[in-house]
Ligand binder design. Sequence first.
Ligand code: SAM
Length: 279
Amino acid sequence: MSLADLPPLREALAAHGLMARKSFGQHFLLDLNITRKIARLAEVGAGDRVIEVGPGPGGLTRALIETGAQVIAIEKDARFAPLLEALAAASGGALTLILGDALKVDEAALAGGQSAHVVSNLPYNVGTPLLIKWLTGPWTPASLTLMFQKEVAERIAAAPGSSAYGRLAVIAQATADARVVMDVPARAFTPPPKVDSAVVRLTPRADRPAPDRLDALQKLTAAAFGQRRKMLRASLKPLGGEALATAAGLDPQARAETVDVAGFLRLADAWLELRKTGA
Ligand code: SAM
């Protein structure tokens, strides 16, 4: 049995009596033209290791295996095990299936200490926590190609001055280069979600901030965007207010949404410095 002998995804789902479950954020891509396009956008191929979260019926998994990559797929819903085990058997050793929660796995151990790319049509309920884990946690992916609700994708890649610009944009862009690379309409999924989706490609930056700078960035963006209509001198008051903004070379009267990522990094450095000197 090879990949080409597998039944179409719809038939495979029916043969295993599987229906999508809302509680697992299940909206499936059953059109291999779309999953192959996502695999192309991920720019993975022979010799690459790919971690896929939530393979479900395995449409994206099939496309990733076709590239020649070595795929490690983590699925929380054990109902999919028999279907995915059949795919693993047909993959000729290219697919390793892990049944478990992607929020809890140790990616470095899964990848055997080698670099790995992440490609996923993410479950809506855990998409953002997973992204933050991959961008700020101890393990650094080689790249991330991820499907989100379109509104979340726009918040990840937003530029300063736009209403979508906020904490997520600052954290994502301080740690990675982020681009929206594909729009996917709701009707492409089975069952269709209420909103459209988009694929974001992120490449972690070589100069990713150290953990203490990231912690400072998390605190400062929480305070600044928690009261986004207020001026920095007011929203950042508990963290140093006017003196802090000035030390970072920012106008204390500016609002958070006008401060670019470099500005927030300067704020983080100024806050760490102020704490060190006890000022
Ligand atoms: N990749 C499939 C596709 O494109 O058709 C399914 C995508 S569906 C949006 C999300 C998948 O993630 C489901 O299979 C769901 O069971 C799985 N899932 C949900 N939460 C998970 C978690 N915490 N860890 C691993 N998989 C999870």
